[in-house]
Ligand binder design. Structure first.
Ligand SMILES: CCCC/C=C/CC(=O)SCCNC(=O)CCNC(=O)[C@H](O)C(C)(C)COP(=O)(O)OP(=O)(O)OC[C@H]1O[C@@H](n2cnc3c(N)ncnc32)[C@H](O)[C@@H]1OP(=O)(O)O
Length: 273
C-alpha cells in the first residue's frame, strides 16, 4: 500500500489523483505515477496536475530525486490526449498547450535526479516525458517507444525534436522523426533512447539501484552540470512560449490536420473491432 505510513508523504490522495505523488522523506526520493486509465493520455487536467506536482517537488528541499512511472499496467503514457486536439476550440488548444509547455519545462529543467520507469507503451508525448528524465529503464517485451507524430499527420514541435537530438543525436533523430518510428525496448537501447532494458518486474528495482549511484554525487555540482547541458533547449522554448502555443492552435485547427486526426482516431478504434 502506498502512502499510508511514515516515512511516506503524499501530495495527492492515493487512488484518486490522476497524478499520484509518494514522497519518501527518508530517502528523499519521490515517485510520481500517472494514473489516467485506460492509457494515461495527457489531457489538460493531467498536464496541469503534473506541472503542479513537479513544481512542489522542486520546492521541497528534502526531495532529491523523482521517479516518473505509471499506475496503469502495460502503459507508461499514450502521449497527448488526441481528443484535446480533435474538434477542439482555439482557446482550449492554447490552454492545453500551455499546460504541456509548463509541465515539460518543470520536468526537463528540474533540479532533481529524474528517472523514467517505463513499464509499458510510450508513444509521442509519453516518449517526450521519458526522454526528459535523466535516465530511462524500460521493460523488455512487447512495449514500444518513440515519437510517432508524422504517422498522425502532425509534426513533432521543435522542442520535442531538441530533446530527442540531445538524447540520440542528429542522424537517429532525423530517421526517427521522419518515419514516426516506434521502437521495441531492445531497439531503443541500441540507439540510446533508453539506458537499460530489463524484465518488467525488474524495472523499479533497477531504477532504485541506479538512483543510488546518482545520489552519491553532490547535488550542487550535478545540478549546475545538468542546467548547463539543458539551458539552451529550455531557453529556446521559454523565449517563444506564446508564439509556440499560437502556432499549435493554428496548426491543429487546419482542415487537413483535423482530417488526419479523425482518420487516426478511427484507426485506433478499428484495431479493436
Ligand atoms: C504541432 C502538433 C504537435 C502535437 C504533438 C503531439 C504529440 C502526441 O503525443 S500525439 C498522441 C500520439 N499517441 C498515439 O499515437 C498513441 C495511440 N495509442 C496507441 O497506440 C494505443 O492506444 C497504445 C499502444 C498506447 C495502447 O494500446 P491498447 O491496446 O492497450 O489500448 P487501446 O485499445 O488502443 O486504447 C484504449 C482507448 O484509449 C484510446 N486512446 C489511445 N491512445 C489515445 C490518445 N493518445 N489519446 C486519446 N485516446 C487514446 C483508444 O482510442 C481507446 O479508446 P476507446 O476505448 O474509446 O476505443
Amino acid at each position: 500500500q502506498v502512502c499510508t505510513q511514515v516515512p511516506y508523504r503524499c501530495y495527492s490522495t492515493p487512488g484518486v489523483g490522476q497524478v499520484q505523488v509518494d514522497m519518501n522523506s527518508e530517502t528523499g526520493v519521490a515517485t510520481v505515477r500517472l494514473n489516467r486509465p485506460p492509457v494515461n493520455s495527457l489531457n489538460l487536467d493531467v498536464l496541469t496536475e503534473l506541472g503542479i506536482a513537479l513544481e512542489k517537488l522542486d520546492a521541497d528541499r528534502t526531495c532529491r530525486a523523482m521517479v516518473l512511472a505509471s499506475a496503469v499496467p502495460g502503459i507508461f503514457s499514450a502521449g497527448l490526449d488526441i481528443l484535446e486536439m480533435y474538434q477542439s476550440t482555439p482557446e482550449r488548444c492554447v490552454a492545453f498547450w500551455r499546460a504541456l509547455q509548463d509541465a515539460w519545462l518543470g520536468l526537463y529543467g528540474s533540479r532533481l535526479v529524474t528517472m523514467a520507469a517505463i513499464e509499458g507503451h510510450s508513444p509521442a508525448g509519453g516518449c517526450l516525458l521519458a526522454m526528459s528524465c535523466d535516465y530511462r529503464v524500460m521493460a523488455d517485451g512487447k512495449f514500444q517507444i518513440g515519437l510517432n507524430e508524422t504517422r498522425l499527420g502532425i509534426v513533432a514541435p521543435f522542442w520535442f525534436e531538441d530533446v530527442m537530438l540531445n538524447t540520440i543525436g542528429h542522424r537517429e533523430t532525423e530517421k526517427a522523426l521522419q518515419l514516426g518510428a516506434m521502437y521495441s525496448a531492445q531497439q531503443a537501447l541500441s540507439i540510446g533512447l533508453v539506458d537499460k532494458v530489463v524484465p518488467l518486474a525488474e524495472v523499479m528495482p533497477t531504477v532504485q539501484g541506479e538512483l543510488k549511484n546518482w545520489l552519491q554525487i553532490p547535488d550542487a555540482a550535478r545540478v549546475i552540470t545538468k542546467t548547463s547541458m539543458r539551458k539552451q533547449v529550455l531557453d529556446r522554448l521559454r523565449s517563444q512560449k506564446e508564439k509556440d502555443a499560437q502556432f499549435f492552435a493554428d496548426f491543429i485547427g487546419r482542415d487537413s490536420v483535423q482530417r488526419s486526426l479523425g482518420a487516426y482516431i478511427a484507426s485506433l478504434q478499428k484495431r479493436k473491432s
